[in-house]
Ligand binder design. Structure first.
Ligand code: 9MR
Length: 352
């Protein structure tokens, strides 16, 4: 696909530049125009992607879209592929919202992450208000996964199949799916998704698994046992919703590496770094350092395939609504201007 062509092109450029055969294109300033010096280009030269999530309301904002299409080489739907959006009535599938985002990504030659097939939030009313036997729910789940993944077969190369399956202490989260079907729903979901698109990379994804601890240990043990049973699981997504007041997860790199050592891809899937408002220069400097450190952690792990920022700008942040008094979490500000964090990501991608 286009993305892998572009990756190869950038790898070739990097090799030629390293050999001194050409002056590296990525050294050109952004103002030189074109797509030569974006975050996505710098990441591609390191064989990674640097992406952003987006959402449908943002499509009314031309200035926002211009940056989204130009600066990032990966994209994902913040909401449009969730169950409430794709199967609003039982057996009735709607891809209007997700197509808008996927078509934009394809037009801009971006990689794409599908988020998400199974999650306990943003489920349709018909599903949460019903009472289901295990047999019924299994059939509903299988149909949902099969339909959505098959619809996008060959177009969505990576899926968050199950999102947020564990509690902080590493026990299973008691969701509709767990309570009705038991923990085996995860292996089943992965198998159904694999049948629907054998090429897609299938991920388990969660927050607060950046550091080594009970929750990331639960994933480590689960994916190890799934792999031992031959269940198609290919990656672990570390969301990366960080907050300055809680400290930097210093074991991030080692944690990514231990999953990679199991033969899995890893990705930072929903990065943002919030702070208690108001923002000031010191907090923005610390935030920039953290963005740089997360980027370096991914670069240090060969099987870390890339980083997705959970929308690139403070203008469309999910955070103020969920954590009142917090925000300023993204690398662009509310006026779509780059913050110190943006420059720290660039520097890290350049190996500085
Ligand atoms: O960014 C999403 C926001 O627009 C929604 O209102 C919210 C609903 O729960 O979900 C947000 O995305 C979440 C993601 O799907 C899973 N990890 C946590 C993200 C932030 O809440």
């Amino acid at each position: 696909m286009h993305y892998s062509f572009r990756r190869k092109l950038h790898a070739l450029i990097a090799v030629l530049a390293a050999a001194g055969l050409i002056t590296t294109l990525t050294a050109a300033p952004a103002s030189a125009g074109g797509h030569r010096d974006t975050l996505g280009d710098l990441a591609a030269a390191r064989h990674k992607y640097l992406g952003s999530a987006t959402d449908n309301p943002q499509f009314a904002d031309a200035a926002y879209l211009k940056i989204l299409g130009k600066e990032f080489n990966s994209n994902t739907a913040g909401n449009a592929l969730k169950w409430y959006a794709t199967e609003p009535q039982r057996g009735v599938f709607d891809y209007t919202l997700s197509d808008q985002i996927l078509n934009f990504a394809r037009a801009h030659r971006q990689f794409f992450r599908g988020h998400t097939l199974i999650w306990h939030n943003q489920l349709p009313e018909w599903l949460t208000s019903g009472t289901w036997t295990a047999g019924e729910l299994r059939a509903i789940l299988k149909n949902h996964i099969t339909q959505v993944v098959r619809h996008y077969r060959g177009k969505i190369p990576a899926w968050d199949v199950v999102n947020e399956a564990f509690n902080e202490d590493g026990t299973y989260r008691e969701t509709l799916f767990y309570n009705t079907l038991g923990p085996g729903y995860i292996a089943d979901a992965l198998r159904w998704a694999h049948q629907a698109d054998p090429q897609a990379k299938l991920y388990l994804n969660d927050y607060n698994i950046e550091a080594i601890g009970p929750k990331s240990d639960a994933y480590y043990n689960l994916v190890k046992s799934l792999k031992a049973q031959g269940v198609p699981v290919h990656g672990v997504g570390v969301q990366g919703h960080l907050a300055l007041q809680f400290g930097y997860p210093t074991s991030l790199r080692d944690n990514l590496q231990r999953f990679a050592d199991l033969g899995l891809d890893v990705a930072i899937t929903e990065l943002d770094i919030r702070m208690i408002l108001p923002a000031d220069d010191a907090k923005l400097a610390t935030q920039a350092e953290w963005y740089g450190n997360v980027t370096k952690a991914c670069l240090a792990v060969r099987r870390c395939v890339g980083i997705t920022i959970w929308d690139y700008t403070d203008k469309y942040s999910w955070i103020p609504a969920f954590f009142p008094g917090e925000g300023a979490a993204h690398p662009y500000d509310e006026n779509l201007l780059p913050k110190p964090a943006y420059y720290a990501i660039r520097a890290a991608l350049r190996g500085r």
